[in-house]
Write a protein that binds this ligand. Structure first.
Ligand SMILES: Nc1ncnc2c1ncn2[C@@H]1O[C@H](COP(=O)(O)OP(=O)(O)OP(=O)(O)O)[C@@H](O)[C@H]1O
Ligand SMILES: [Mg+2]
Length: 106
């Protein structure tokens, strides 16, 4: 079975895309809001791998969260995953609103 968590050590022929992604995310390193990025292209051409490569590179300098949305099927679950990635533990209270979860993350 393929491992969805697999990330190749070297992403071949994606220098231009990695540079563009890094430029969009650069403001996060200055505690500013990074640019939204839409990544599109044929299947299995490295869109996810490129994003994860860049997120790994900046994870020492900014909070990052990689969320596979088919597994987090509601806005609440996405926010809870972000909370886990930032706070390194699950939200202690269950049933709190998305707004409170968002405030806690901030
Ligand atoms: N440029 C590349 N260099 C090395 N390996 C690559 C490259 N592009 C894709 N791969 C390999 O192909 C697999 C699929 O890539 P990935 O999941 O990143 O593609 P995707 O564009 O996000 O696909 P999808 O459209 O299905 O979401 C990766 O795990 C990786 O092993
Ligand atoms: Mg993908």
């Amino acid at each position: 079975m393929f491992d969805p968590g697999y990330l190749p050590e070297t992403l071949l022929h994606r220098e231009r895309q990695l540079t563009a992604l890094a430029a969009n995310l650069r403001p996060a390193l200055r505690s500013s809001t990074p640019m939204h990025t839409l990544s599109f292209g044929p299947p299995a051409t490295g869109k996810t791998s490129a994003m994860r490569t860049i997120l790994n590179e900046i994870s020492d300098y900014a909070y990052t969260a990689y969320i596979r949305c088919p597994l987090a099927r509601s806005a609440y679950k996405v926010m809870a995953r972000i909370f886990e990635c930032v706070c390194r533990h699950q939200p202690s209270q269950t049933g709190i609103s998305i707004a409170r979860l968002y405030d806690s993350i901030c």
